[in-house]
Write a protein of this length. Sequence first.
Length: 438
Amino acid sequence: MKKLNSLLFLMLTAVLSISMTACSNDDDTKDGGEKETIAPYHFDITVTVGKQGGMGRDVTTIMKSLNSLVVADPIGFANEGCEINADYSMEAIVKGKYYYQVPVDAKQFVKLQFVNNRMQVVQAQPFKQNTYNTRQYCHAWLNDNTLLIMAANGEKNAILWTKLNTDNMTILSEGTLDLKVAEGWETFTTSGIAAYRKSDGKLFYFYFNKKGSGRTATNEGHFHVAVINAETMAVEQDNLNTDHVGEMAGSAYGELLQQTTFFDEQDNLYLVAFVDKDVDGLNREIGTLMRIKKGETNFEAGYNGFPNSEGKLLTVQYLGNGKVFCYSRNDNLTETNSKGKLAVMNSIDSYSHYYSIVDLNAKTRQRMQFGGKDIDYSSGRFAQRSAFAKKEGKVYFGVNTKDAAPAIYSYDVKTGEVLHASDVAEGFFFEQIRIIED
C-alpha cells in the first residue's frame, strides 16, 4: 500500500528535484529571520523517498517545518520542504534554534537555521589544525555555548578534539587526546561516543580498538571508558568495560543521528550498548542500558536498565522520574533472505522495530500500544524517530508500518495516553522529528 509503483515514483522524484533546486543552501545570514509561530518551538520532520535512509544511503532526504504534528490531512512533501543531502547531512547537532555540523564539503564547521524550509548558514568556521569528515564525529556540550567535537584522525590512530564557541563559531582550542591504539590492534573506532558530567567536570569518551576496516573489521571484545578533564582535555583514566558487552550503539555517528546517552536527576550516566549472541545458529544483537553512577568512572557491574531485551536497543530519550522512551528491534523475528536462508530481520528496511517505555525504578518495560493493541512493527533503524516536547508533556514518534501509510503518534507522559496525531503522505518514509526553538 505504501510503496509507489515505478511510474509514480519517477514522477514524484522529478517534481521534487525541480521544486527543491534552490532550497538546499542560502548563505545570507538572517539572525532575526525566524518564521512567526504561536508556540515557542516548532517541529522539523525528515522523510526519505522510495526507501528508508541511514548508513549513508544515497536517497532523497527532505526536511519540512511544522507548527504542530497534530493535523487532519496527511503531511505532504511534494513541492514542499527542502532536500538537504546535497550540501548538508541529516546527521547534525541540534541545540535551541540552530543546527551545527560538518557539511558535505568537509572543510568547515557550520551553524545553520532551517527557516522558511531553507537551510541558511548563520556562521561558518573553517578548519584550522584538526579536520573532520561529515557524519563521522561525536560531540558534547561543556556549557551553553561551548561545543566539543571529537573523532579519530584520517589514519584512525589518534583521537582529535576541537572546542568551539557557538556564539560566533570561533575555535577556542584543539588538540589530540593522550590515547594510544592498544597493542595488537590497528585503529580506533571512527567516532565513538562522548558525554559530559556537569557535577564534577568529567568528560567520558567511549571507544574501542579495531583490526581491518568496514564491515569485515574485527572489534575489540570490550570497549573503553576514557575519563577526561574537560577543561584541560587530559586523560585521567582509560578504563576497560568489564561487563560482557561488545559495542556501544550508534557509535558510527556519535549521536548525530540518534540519542544513546542521558543523565538522570542524580547525574547518573546511562549508555546504550549491545552484545552479539548466537541463538540457533543466528546472530542476534541484544541491547542493554548500562549505568555509571555519579562520582564513579566505570560501569556499575551487572546493571541493565533495559529489561527483557529481545534485540538491539537503538535510541533512548529520558522523560524524567525514571522513565525512558526507547526504540529497539526484535531480533527474534526471522525471514528467508535473498539466498534462501533463514536470517534475522535486522536490515534497515525490516519491519521489526518498535517503541516501548522503560521504568528504571520499577524495572519494567511496556511496548507502545494504540487502541488496546501493540503498534505494528516499523521499518527504519537510524535517526532519532521520537521527540519529547517537555512543555506539552508529550512524546511524538513516527512509524513506517508494512500495510499502512507512515503515521505519527503522541504519548502523554503523565497519563500514558497514546493518540494518533497525523499521517505522512504515501510514498515517503518517516525518518526523524526534531524540536526547534523559535
